[in-house]
Design a protein. Structure first.
Length: 150
């Protein structure tokens, strides 16, 4: 059986495409400069009735060797418990620890769009919010009736 030059080129080209398409889809990304984690939110459980202790600290950027660039914030939560950042709401949600004082509110602290500085808190209240252990959120799109659990 005799092959022409054109047939050999086509077979070689098809083989190269076949080998190139076998690359795994879950390969690690290309080595490059590491990206910085934007912010770290730390919630402190200390609480005093005179509100002298700032119970929320924001470290920006988070992956640094020093904690020089931090913002300390006194939220209305009675001692800092679980803290959650929701990028869709551009807000921090913070519950109280419940160890020192019973607090039945989850604080919603909006963040400014440019620097991420905390603003005035608002409250989500429910009598079952005592001794909150963790926080999560569920976003629901009314237009198509689908949800996304985070």
């Amino acid at each position: 059986m005799k092959f022409s030059f054109q047939t050999c080129v086509i077979v070689l080209f098809a083989s190269l495409i076949g080998v190139a398409s076998c690359k795994k889809l879950d390969d690690e990304p290309e080595n490059g400069l590491p990206t910085l984690i934007s912010r770290l939110y730390i919630s402190f459980s200390d609480y005093r009735t005179n509100n002298s202790i700032k119970n929320l600290m924001i470290v920006d950027p988070a992956d640094t060797n020093t904690l020089n660039n931090t913002v300390q914030y006194l939220s209305p939560a009675k001692g800092g418990g679980p803290v959650l950042f929701d990028p869709n709401a551009t807000s921090i949600f913070q519950a109280s620890s419940g160890a020192v004082a019973q607090d039945t509110f989850i604080q919603r602290i909006p963040l400014d769009d440019i620097y991420g500085n905390p603003g005035d808190a608002s409250q989500l209240g429910f009598t079952g919010f005592r001794n909150v252990v963790g926080l999560g959120y569920y976003s629901y799109a009314q237009q198509n009736g689908t949800g996304d659990r985070q």
